[in-house]
Design a protein around this ligand. Structure first.
Ligand code: ACM
Length: 684
């Protein structure tokens, strides 16, 4: 079991299991029993959205406890256990700046959840959902007093439904997960070179020729917006322009800067197709299209992409060159700024405020545009200094398969910021970005969850929530809760491994594959495209790398075992992995498993080196003077990725080898100096 409830880990009383951590909380004495008689009453404002939130909480608790609660709110009855006191409905639809605050007080005698608005009450219900504990079969809420409100008003997740199509079921369960960790913006990336993913009734060739039939109908979009609103989540659509435009131009080639024809792009990368900013027909088209979309997406904010315009097709078109010259537009950036101003005027007409990636920033851009920074925190700060509101996404690229520890410390307003308070107010928050080159509906949950919960905490909780070990401890718990509400980041793995191993695979082979899948990680950043060159939209994503997750808990725990000198645990881990890898390396049944033999061999060799180091540490004997260098070189060799899988436990093995080689010097060193020495010498 990788993530999930881990009964072996003792809970510190001062560090409860919430994620995101509430702004303020004090633990009290006693506990409120949760039995079948548990009853929730609503005081003051009462509406369908609040009742549905309560029903969701109650059905989750029923499933977890096996209890059946009496149905419906216990309004006016003396028997209530928990009172929900909500002052008013708040805005009709969720909006930026909604009051999301709430307080939650639990004593042995009852509980009160107070909020100014329904959205605040919904946030409080999610905290309550995380509070339920059991103790020897009895369920209870520990006494606690919480005063909570978000640090940032814009806490989002961007979902690219284009490169790999993600249907409505994926969107809905993603929204469930977002609500559970108090994220409040779903940013839907709806157009890309590789697909146009929404129905236009005005311009039907967009979806007819640009989507392979994989797009949201307008009815489904309304369903998504309503489903999100019910959970206090805004939906911000993105239509990427003027670049990343191949799928628009497939149906409407006359809007492009090159003569065409265009065809849906199947590969990954940055491509030339781009709107023609010098063509008035483009603005007439966008006026019609954006007007239609503005009616579907009620949120004030509307994203126009604007990233990665190559401009080659602009240079090649004499009419566009003449247009630039005539208007004194001296480069691609100036031409794009002209285009953006025209688009912004259209959006303003439809009552929308424009959001775009870094590249839209230009002196000519009106200050009510919002800049989403993917290129870095400096770009975000620069935008804020120039008067723009901004969102941070750099550092939250969850598609890059980095561990949560890489995202969690990343702060939209770091402690050492040089922004004035006024400028800091312009930083609205941030968004995790799920680009979909390497995910299908089957695997996407494992790339979003649970790591996105740590980003949600960064955007909700006070800046001083920074302890990595405690974050991982709570992340494991929240991961189990996310699985409980239907996210598939844990459950998808075994069926995928079964397919990999083949129908006739013995149970032992599947168990071994699971060990290896839990141990390895996908290569990070843009390495996967290099490891698997030639991959396209049609390449199956059903390999071992797709079962591996970006944050191997087995490897992380192993690193801790090494650092606390727990040789018994280290030897046990290495023995288990070696035996699994050796067995799989001998497997003849499945061609797909046989193709992974180089990886199994590397794991087996690395574990054998680790076991040698353990033997040396347990029973120091003379080792040859070349031993260390030989072993470190062998580990460097074993560390090479295979089929886009890497071995994240290699750094800990290097420390183990260095410790074994240096052991005789340890006695003369301070307890702090020793790990420093080992660490320094173990770095490749
Ligand atoms: C981006 O990653 N091109 C916004």
């Amino acid at each position: 079991m990788i993530f999930g409830f881990s009964p072996g880990v003792a809970k510190e009383a001062s560090s409860p299991d919430f994620m995101p951590r509430p702004a303020k909380m004090q633990s009290g004495a006693g506990r409120l029993a949760v039995t079948a008689a548990f009853a929730i009453a609503i005081r003051h404002h009462d509406d369908a959205r609040l009742r549905k939130g309560i029903e969701r909480l109650s059905s989750r608790w029923q499933a977890r406890t096996g209890l059946t609660f009496s149905s419906g709110p216990a309004n006016g009855k003396a028997s209530e256990t928990l009172m929900i006191d909500c002052a008013e409905t708040g805005s009709e639809l969720p909006a930026l700046g909604d009051d999301e605050s709430y307080t939650l007080d639990i004593t042995a005698h009852g509980g009160v959840l107070r909020a100014a608005t329904v959205v605040g009450a919904l946030r409080g219900l999610e905290t309550l959902a995380q509070l339920l504990e059991s103790d020897g079969g009895k369920w209870f809420l520990p006494a606690v007093s919480i005063q909570d409100a978000p640090r940032f008003p814009w806490r989002g997740l961007m979902l690219d439904v284009c490169r790999h199509w993600q249907p409505i079921e994926v969107v809905k369960r993603t929204l469930d997960g977002m609500a559970a960790v108090k994220l409040n913006v779903l940013h839907l990336h709806l157009s890309e070179d590789q697909g146009f993913r929404i129905e236009s009734r005005k311009f039907p060739r967009l979806q007819e020729l640009g989507s392979d039939g994989k797009f949201f109908t307008q009815k489904q979009i309304r369903e998504i917006v309503a489903y999100a609103a019910e959970r206090g989540i805004r939906v911000v659509p993105e239509f990427d322009m003027p670049g990343h435009a191949t799928s628009w131009l497939t149906g409407y080639p006359e809007l492009g800067s090159a003569p065409g024809p265009y065809a849906i792009e199947r590969k990954w990368g940055i491509f030339e197709p781009v709107f023609d900013p010098a063509n008035e027909a483009v603005y007439a088209f966008l006026d019609g299209f954006l007007g239609e979309m503005a009616g579907l997406f009620p949120d004030l904010y509307f994203h126009i992409g604007g990233d990665e315009v190559k401009g080659g097709d602009w240079d090649k078109n004499p009419r566009i060159r003449a247009f630039m010259k005539e208007r004194g537009l001296k480069d691609h950036a100036a031409l794009q700024a002209y285009f953006n101003r025209r688009v912004q005027a259209i959006l303003t007409k439809y009552g929308k405020r424009m959001v775009g990636w870094d590249e839209i920033l230009h002196d000519d851009l009106p200050r009510d545009a919002v800049i989403q920074s993917w290129r870095g925190p400096d770009a975000l700060a620069a935008a804020a200094r120039r008067g723009y509101s901004g969102l941070l996404s750099n550092g939250y690229y969850i598609d890059l398969a980095q561990p949560a520890a890489a995202h969690y410390p990343n702060d939209p307003i770091p402690a050492n910021t040089t922004l004035t308070l006024e400028e800091q107010k312009r930083i609205l928050g941030g968004e995790a970005t799920m680009w979909s080159e390497w995910v299908t509906p089957e695997t996407i949950d494992s790339r979003i969850w649970p790591r996105t919960a740590s980003i949600a905490e960064r955007l909700w909780s006070p800046r001083d929530a920074r302890d990595l070990d405690d974050m991982y401890r709570r992340l494991a718990i929240v991961s189990g809760r996310l699985a409980e509400i239907g996210l598939r980041h844990e459950s998808y793995i075994d069926p995928l491994l079964r397919r990999l191993a083949g129908d006739s695979a013995p149970a032992g082979a599947l168990r071994n594959l699971r060990v290896i899948a839990d141990l390895v990680e996908p290569v990070e950043a843009y390495q996967r495209g290099k490891q698997q060159p030639g991959s396209t939209q049609g390449t199956p994503l059903t390999g071992l790398v797709d079962c591996a997750r970006p944050d191997s808990a087995l490897s992380r725990e192993f690193s801790r075992e090494v650092d606390r000198d727990d040789l018994a645990a280290v030897a046990a881990s290495l023995g288990t992995w070696k035996s699994a890898a050796d067995d799989l390396a001998r497997d003849k049944a499945s061609a797909r498993v046989r193709a992974l033999k180089p990886l199994f061999d590397r794991i087996g060799e690395a574990c054998a080196i680790g076991l040698e180091a353990v033997a040396q540490l347990r029973n120091p004997a003379g080792i040859s003077k070349d031993w260390r260098a030989e072993k470190l070189a062998a580990l460097a060799d074993a560390a090479r990725p295979h089929d886009a899988c890497k071995l994240p436990f290699i750094p800990a093995l290097r420390r183990l080898v260095v410790a074994a080689a240096e052991e005789s010097k340890r006695a003369g060193m301070t307890p702090e100096a020793w790990p420093n020495r080992v660490e320094t010498q173990a770095v490749p």
